[in-house]
Design a protein around this ligand. Sequence first.
Ligand code: IVH
Length: 670
Amino acid sequence: MDIKDKIIKLRKDIKMYSDYYYSNDSSLISDIEFDKLMKQLKELEDEYPEYKDSSSPTEKVGATDMKSTKFQKVTHKRPMLSLSNTYNESEIKDFTDRVKKLLPDNTDVNYALELKLDGLSISVTYEKGKLVKAVTRGDGQIGEDVTENIIEIESLPKILKEPVDIEIRGEVVLPLSKFEKLNKKRLEMGEDVFANPRNAASGTLRQLDSSIIKERGLDAYFYFLIGAENMGFKSHSESLNYIKNLGIKTTGICEICKSANELMKRIDYWGEKREELDYETDGMVIKVNNLNLWDILGATTKSPRWAIAFKFPAKQVTTKIDGVTWQVGRTGKITPVAELKEVELSGSKVKRASLHNFQEIKRKDIKIGDTVFIEKAAEIIPQVIKSVKELRTGKETDIIEPTNCPICNTKVVREEGQVDIKCPNTVCPGKIEGELIYFVSRDAMNIAGFGSKIVENMLRLGFVKNIVDIYDLKRYREQLQNLDKMGEKSVDKLLASIEASKKRDYSKVLCALGIPFVGKTSAKLLAKASGNIDTLINMSVEELMQIEGIGDKMAQAIYDFFRDEDKLKLVIGLKEHGLQFSQDKETKADGDNILAGKTFLFTGTLKNFKREEIKEQIEKLGGKNLSAVSKNLDYLIVGEKAGSKLKKAQDIGTIKIITEDEFIDMCNKK
Ligand code: IVH
C-alpha cells in the first residue's frame, strides 16, 4: 500500500470508529487502539504534508458525523477542545519543557493536577444564576442540546447561590455503584449490558425519556469556568473554588505542583487511590494554573497548549483472537484459553486470555478471528469480555469443544449440572503439571525461582514425575547445571529455595496439597483447628464442618481427598522429606497470637509495609483484616494522607485510631 492509500485507509477507519462511538454509545475498539491509529495518521500527515486535509480526523475533535444525532444542534460559543495524551513521566517532562519554552525566560509556572473523569463532556450555561442550557461536546464546534435531560441530574444546581452569567464545562458520569446496579438489572431483563460506565453515562444522557436520568442516578462534575481570566481570577484553582462556592460540584482534587517529577509522584498516588472512588477515572489532567499564561500559550485546532492529559494504564484493550488452546488444570478442569495478537494491558504484554468455559464462549458469541475486548481486573489473569461483531469479515471460525483431553486423549467428562469439562485421568500429565505449578506457587510453598517454565522442563526431562520428586531434584544437580540458561548459580539458588521450603508453615503445606476448594485462608483455619495432619486426616465430614469458615462442600472435599490413596502417598512422601505437618508452637498458643480477636484496617500510604505485607502481618499474629470501616472495626492504622476512612472511623467514635509505629509496637509486645 502506498503512503496516500495508507493515509486514506486510516482516515476511513478512524471516521468509522468515531461515528460508531458517537451514534451508538459504545466503542468498537479500545481507546488505546484508537489513539494508536490517530498517532499513526498524525505521524504520516506530518511526514507527508502534501496529503494534509482539513477534513482529516486529526483536525477534528469528537464526533465526525453529526447527522445521526437525535437532539437539537447548538454551536458552542467557544469550541470544546480535547486534550493530548501522555502515558509516562518523560512525556510529562516534554510537556513542561514545551510550556517553559513558549513562555518568557524565568516565568514561574504552577501546574494544577486534577482527576480525569471518564464520562462525556458537557457545557452548561447559567444566566442570572439560572441554568438555561446544557450542550454535549459533539464535534467540538457543534454539540447536542441536552438541557431537558441534564436538569434531571440531582446534584446539578438549577439555580446558583448568586445570580451570575457563567458557562462551565465538566463531565457527566454514572457512579460505579449505579453502573453495577444498572447492568445487573439489564442482565435480568435479558438486555445487553453496557461495556463500561462511560458508555452507560452516554447512553443514559442521550435517552429521549428524561425520567430515566434520575432513575439511573447520573451525576456531573465540573472542571472549567469559561472566560475565568476575564473575570478577575488569577489562577484556574481559584476559579474552581469560585464555582464550588456557587454550589457546583467540582472534580474534587486540584493539587498544585511545580515540576514534572512532583506531578508524577502525585499521579502515582492517585493511580492507586482512584480505585476507592465511586466513579471511573481514566487518567489525570495537568493544567497550567496561572490564567494569564493561557493566552500566551494558546491552542492548536484540537487542544490547548496549557493542558495535557495523563492516561492511566488501560484496564481494557482490543485485540484479535488467533486461536484457542484447551488447558488442563490441576483439578482436571479443561479451560479454553484465547491465543491473542500481543497487546499491552495495564503495563504488561498480554498474549493469552481466559475464555472461562464453552458456555461462556457461546453466550458471548466468540469466534476465532474475532476482534475482542480483553480486561484485567485487579491482578487477575486477563479475560475476554466481548467480541466485536461489527468487525467480522466472514472468515471467522467457530470454537469447538473437545471430546477428548488435549493432553492425554482420555474421553472428557462433564459432571451433572456443571458447565466445565474435566479429564478423569488421575495421571494425566497436564493435571500433574498443574499440581506442580500450584505447589511451588506464592500462596503455597512459595519456592522462589521455580516458575511454570521450569516445571514444564523438569517434567519433560523426566527429572520429576510428581510433587514429591521436587525434593529429590538435588540428585540431578549436574544435569541441571548443563541445561540451557540454568547455569551453576541459578541451579544452586533453586535447590536452596527447595530446601528452604521445608520450613514453610503447616498451613502453607496444607494449601499446597491442592485439596479442592481449599485456598490459603481456609488452609490457615484448618491448620489452626487440626494442629497436625494426622488429626485432620481422621476428621469426619461433620467434625470438619464444625470448624469456623469451613462449609459442607469443602468439608466433603477434604474428607474425600484424604481417602484417596495417591494423596495419602503424597503426604507420606512429603513427611519423609521433612516438611511441616504440624502447627508451629509459636502461632498455636493463643497467648502468642498477640492480635487474636482484633480487627484491623489501614488507610493512606504506609512507610514500612506494602499493602499485602501489613495484611499478612496482621493475620500472622492472629488478627483479622476488614475491608471497610464499620462498627466491627477495632483499629484503624493511619498512614500518610489518610482519606475518607479516617473521617468515617472518627464519626463512629469507638474505633481506635493508631499510627503505623503504634501498630509495630503492638506487634512487638510480648
Ligand atoms: S479540561 C480545554 N479537566 O477529558 C480543556 N477535561 O480528553 C478541556 N475530562 O474533553 C478539558 N476530566 O471531556 C479537563 N479534570 C478535567 C477532565 C477533563 C475529564 C475530559 C473532557 C475532555 C477530555 C479530554
